[in-house]
Design a protein. Sequence first.
Length: 367
Amino acid sequence: MNTPDFDITAVALNFQIAGEISEVRSYGNGHINDTFLLVTTDATAPGYLLQRINHHVFKDVAGLMENIARVTAHIEGKFLPGNTQKLLHLIKTTEGKTYYRDQDNNYWRLYFFIPGSRSYDVAETERQAYQAGMAFGHFQSMLADMDPECLTETIADFHNIEKRLKDFYQAVQLDKAGRVAGVNAEIAVISQHEQAMTTINQWGRAGLLPKRITHNDTKLNNVLLDDNDNAICVIDLDTVMVGYVAYDFGDAIRTIANTAAEDEPEPDNIQVNTAFFKAYTEGYIQAAGSFLEEKEIESLLWGALLLPYMQGVRFLTDYLDGDNYFKIAYPEHNLIRARAQFSLFEKLRALSPQLQQIITDTVLSCN
Ligand code: ADP
Ligand code: GN1
Ligand code: MG
């Protein structure tokens, strides 16, 4: 799904903004929503972040926005005086709503731009990895006392690998884009590991893992860092809903412990950075260790294997469907992304004993 042109200034006039818009820029590298940075003539305003919510992906926009309002209010209530963390702040429409629907059925929302912040697609330093771990761990911890059932499930079965595999095999059967003949090697990888990859589902069904409120999109670029690489804000709250902590841990490791970008075409460039894995784990356990149950800790490595595998399944499904879900930059993009995920998955698998040791040692040192 790629982006048409919009009259962004006209859209922004439907929100309670200060000053006039002097500049509009396309912003960020998200695969789902469209994001624009708005600069205004009001020198006191830090600028705004306007997003067109992808309502083909998020079918219940009202429910999604209600989730974000609840989650941000809950977190705000936990901030202590003098705290330096930032929080996404929704700007209401001129009608007092959290989102605006235009005449073409596009859905828009507006946040304050968080000044002095930036995000990274690939981690550059251990500090970034550690800070991201702290940020996502702290995020989960602040939501640990909220009832998971009070949030709408914005995408059903989002991290349910059994459902993702079902969708994948359906895409293989339909072969809508005539691409199945070219992906036999990837199909073989998927089928070889599918049994093992249902471990978290099985533990969940057996009642061994608590359901919690999780972020569900813990890519490195969904945490904002300041100039000194301090994590200042967890963003992209569209998928905050019920989940298992292993999903967040795994999705973060998928980008943070990967030496290459998510769509790296050269497999040799895709390696596991064990120092970044350790740094993320330390940050995460320091922030979340106090509420995690033993089985959840045991599930973390499974999450680190599952999320690259599942992301590979999702990219490949979209490739076979004809690229309807993720934005792409070139025709084979989803295939290259899927291959990169499977390559990372294989490397994480090979290092599993070492990675488990890092988790175990970190938990022991934090007790
Ligand atoms: P998507 O769902 O498409 O990934 P995000 O909400 O993650 O959209 O936003 C895309 C990018 O915009 C982020 O990676 C981040 O760099 C930037 N961003 C998002 N919200 C803010 C904000 N309030 N202040 C500053 N930058 C932001
Ligand atoms: C999408 O929106 P963005 O780019 O942060 C996707 C995630 C994937 C990710 C892969 C709602 O995240 O699940 O892990 O791309 N979000 C949705 O980069 O599907
Ligand atoms: Mg994002």
